[in-house]
Ligand binder design. Sequence first.
Ligand SMILES: [Zn+2]
Length: 176
Amino acid sequence: MSTSDDTVRDTLLTTPIVGEWTLTKILSTEAPSLVKLWEDGMKEKVEYGGGIYIKDGGARPTVSSAKGNDDNINLERFRTAPQGSKILAEFHTHPGKQPKDGRPSDDDAKNHWDRTSKNAADKHVALVVTTTKEPAGGWGNRAAVKKKYAVIVWEDASKGVRIWAMPRLTAKPTFD
Ligand SMILES: [Zn+2]
C-alpha cells in the first residue's frame, strides 16, 4: 500500500508555445508529462495530480504535481497559480483499479461544478487521465451523463491511455 507524498515536483518544459494557449496546444506539449504520471500511478496504484501554469508573457509552462492515495488526491493547493503565473489546467490520474477509473468519476464532475460555480472568473480546464478500459458492461445508463460532463480530448491507443476534459457546466450534474 502506497502512502501519499506531499512533495510537489515542478517540471519546466523545454518546448516553447507560440501564440495564444489552447487546449490543443496544452496537450501537444503536456500530454507526455501527464502520461508519465499516469504510468507511475498505474504501477504504484495511486492517483497523481497537479496544475499546469504559465508565467505572464512566458512561453514555457510548468507542471506541478504530487502523489495522492489509491482513490483520491487533494488538488486544492494547485488551484491557485503561483504569483505572476496563470493556471492553464488542473489534472489528476486514475490508477485503473476499478471500472470508474476508465472515465472521470461522478465526484470529479461534482467537484468541478462546485469549484467553477464559486469562481466564475476561473477559466482553467480540469483534465482526468485514465486507462482506455471501460467497464465490462459498457458505460450503461451513465452514457448520457458521461457525454454531458466530460469529453475525450486526447488518446494514445498504443499505451491504453486517454485524457478527458471537464467542460464548465451551467447546471449541477446529477447521477442515478
Ligand atoms: Zn477522478
